[in-house]
Design a protein around this ligand. Structure first.
Ligand code: CMP
Length: 140
């Protein structure tokens, strides 16, 4: 399998509870390498643009408010099959359905405050990485 890069966001529910280290350890234990990282506060415009594909969904407004409610840590993760591997480590979107040992099973508070975001496909990963990072910021 090819080496890939994917975008990860550690969400406000997790930064609020000081869980960034525990979450990053899960990525590293799975063989994913953090090749770029920034702790930032998203503006409303940033959050609306990032989650633009969900604009028509009933949860969009609440999701944007949640994502701007505190700091987030945006990261690029690199590794063999990184997109699928990250999704495996995160677990299902709804923590009630997430497998044991996954980030969302262990840490998520709800389907919205679900601790992490990860790109779902190669094209999304490329676009989401570009949203936050310049090529120069990514050091493999
Ligand atoms: P994420 O993987 O970041 O992608 C979209 C986000 O919307 C999702 O995680 C959740 O935080 C949030 N969300 C809230 N309600 C729902 C829902 N019913 N279905 C999917 N995502 C939801």
């Amino acid at each position: 399998m090819a080496t890939e890069r994917t975008l990860s966001i550690i969400k406000p529910d997790a930064t609020r509870r000081n869980l960034t280290g525990k979450i990053i350890a899960k990525f590293e234990d799975a063989g994913l390498k953090v090749v770029a990282s920034r702790r930032i506060r998203l503006s409303q415009a940033d959050a609306e643009a990032f989650y633009g594909v969900h604009r028509e969904r009933p949860f969009f407004k609440d999701l944007v408010q949640f994502m701007i409610s505190g700091p987030v840590v945006v990261q690029v993760l690199e590794g063999e099959g990184a997109i699928a591997k990250n999704r495996e480590v995160m677990g299902a979107t709804n923590p009630a359905n997430a497998a044991a040992g996954t980030i969302r099973k262990e840490f998520a508070e709800s389907i919205e405050a679900n601790s992490v975001h990860g790109s779902d496909a190669p094209e999304a990963a490329a676009n989401e990485i570009k949203f936050f990072f310049r090529d120069l910021d990514i050091v493999g």
